[in-house]
Ligand binder design. Structure first.
Ligand code: FE2
Length: 372
């Protein structure tokens, strides 16, 4: 692989608008405002089959680049349909999967085997930075996102290099997490259908496990190292203990790899403060105040194990709120936020790079696939 680097600094614009341009096997690549991720592969007018053939011929270089940078963005190529997106994802990794034990309501896209809507959560609801299914023993290795309908406002899918987050955390916070690991607690109410959103509840357990059969649920829990407990009215509590940090298989760097900034009871209030600081809308002010007010109420009315979701240290002790606040500050400092363009395909190394979603207005359709 020959890389030519050109670094542009504009005299009229602030330094942070510089971009880095280089070539990977004759494909022009750039960066977004000089960020280390994602590496952007830009179309030079190739047709769809040219893109598939190019990825096929350079697959190992592409995957190496993905492991190094953490994220690659293919932009401007004629990727128009979910089926075409699936072919791009398969060209990068032929082992796509379609099992999902995460918390987002998701729908499979017709006419594909491995493409899903990224999340059916309503537009005002933020999705905090996370590595997909980090609480399971075998999380997806790669993720692929596709912009089918470009949102007119917001709805970015920010990404963050969790290797940097690990390195920049306060030493005591980092040590506590490394020594104790984390315990993920999720509570699902009884059987249900449809993807109706409830602010105070996760989706129903049969929607996540795709079965109403409790024995089948128990089998899947055992396969994934999840402790389960059936409660009154068919409700289900899931608990799993995992390390808080992993070592990235290719770079050998340690990576923050847990859902504390998503599932901890205080996480949403800190997240919305950051979101309001960025979007500065009446709606974000409302949700920022609302989440700050609702959390003491939730803490008062339910024990830590009875929250719809929560995170504790692996030994069962409470993760202090100030730890969560600090983690979110480090994440926001390292986040890369860019606007979606129709046809974008974003590939993510799930073992080092997180993703999330900012609130949005208007239509938006982002699709997702993942590999083993
Ligand atoms: Fe996700």
């Amino acid at each position: 692989m020959v890389i030519q680097c050109k670094i542009y600094f504009s005299q009229q614009k602030p330094v942070e608008t510089f971009s880095v341009e280089f070539y990977l096997a004759d494909m022009k690549t750039t960066t977004i405002s000089g960020a280390q991720q994602p590496i952007v592969f830009e179309s030079s007018g190739e047709c769809f089959d040219d893109l598939i053939n190019w990825i096929g011929s350079n697959q190992s270089d592409v995957v190496n680049q993905l492991h190094q940078a953490g994220a690659l963005l293919f932009r401007g190529f004629p990727v128009d349909t979910p089926a075409q997106f699936e072919r791009v994802a398969k060209a990068i990794d032929s082992e796509l999967k379609n099992d999902y034990l995460g918390t987002s309501p998701r729908d499979k896209v017709q006419g594909t085997d491995f493409v899903f809507t990224a999340s059916e959560l309503p537009g005002f609801y933020p999705i905090m930075q996370h590595c997909e299914m980090s609480f399971l023993p075998n999380p997806p290795r790669k993720l692929f996102f596709f912009c089918h309908i470009e949102p007119p406002y917001g709805g970015e899918t920010p990404i963050c290099d969790f290797r940097k987050v690990y390195e920049q955390l306060d030493e005591k916070v980092r040590n506590d997490f490394e020594q104790k690991g984390v315990m993920t607690v999720r509570n699902y109410s009884g059987l249900g259908s449809g993807s109706k959103f409830n602010l105070f509840e996760l989706k129903k357990w049969n929607q996540m496990f795709l079965t109403d059969d409790k024995k089948e649920v128990e089998k899947k829990c055992a396969e994934n190292g999840i402790e389960f407990e059936w409660k009154a009215n068919d409700s289900l509590r899931l608990i799993n203990k995992t390390p808080a940090v992993i070592t990235h298989p290719q770079s050998g760097r340690k990576t923050w790899f847990n859902h504390t900034q998503v599932f901890h009871i205080s996480a949403s209030a800190y997240e919305y403060k950051h979101i309001h600081a960025r979007q500065q809308r009446l709606k974000t002010l409302f949700y920022s105040l609302f989440t700050a007010a609702i959390i003491p109420f939730k803490k008062f009315t339910n024990s830590p194990d009875e929250q719809s979701m929560n995170m504790k240290f692996g030994d069962g002790t409470v993760i202090p709120d100030e730890y969560v606040k600090h983690i979110e500050e480090v994440i926001w400092k390292n986040m890369v936020i860019f606007r979606w363009k129709k046809g974008d395909v974003l590939a993510i190394d799930n073992f080092c790079t997180s993703h999330g979603r900012l609130p949005y207005e208007g239509p938006r359709e982002i699709l997702v696939s993942w590999s083993a």
